[in-house]
Design a protein. Structure first.
Length: 104
């Protein structure tokens, strides 16, 4: 494909520039679709569907942790000790309480 840019008008050059920019921005998506089509064809040749091969066991979900600490001002407000400390826990520690004082 030989294209003489010197013979194109400014309007044609800008249109070409826009087409090139669009082609570059969609390149990765087009490649992914091509590879996915190849993989689906390979699976079909071997007697599988792509969905059968990509559906593995369901992801493991962690059970919610049991409450270990309770808010002294509101015992219904609890914390398992996992993740970010709640504000009431931080405030109680700052007020001089120990984690053992708030343990359930």
């Amino acid at each position: 494909m030989e294209l003489n840019l010197n013979t194109l008008s400014l309007k044609e050059l800008r249109e070409l520039q826009n087409q090139v920019a669009k082609a570059i921005s969609t390149y990765e998506d087009r490649r992914k679709k091509e590879v996915l089509a190849e993989l689906e064809e390979m699976a079909r040749e071997r007697g599988f569907t792509w969905a059968e091969l990509t559906s593995g066991p369901p992801p493991r979900r962690r059970a919610p942790g049991a409450a270990k600490y309770a808010n002294p001002a509101n015992p219904a407000d609890t914390w398992s000790g996992r993740g970010r400390k709640p504000n009431w826990f931080i405030a109680a520690l700052a007020a001089g309480k120990s984690p053992e004082d708030m343990a359930i």
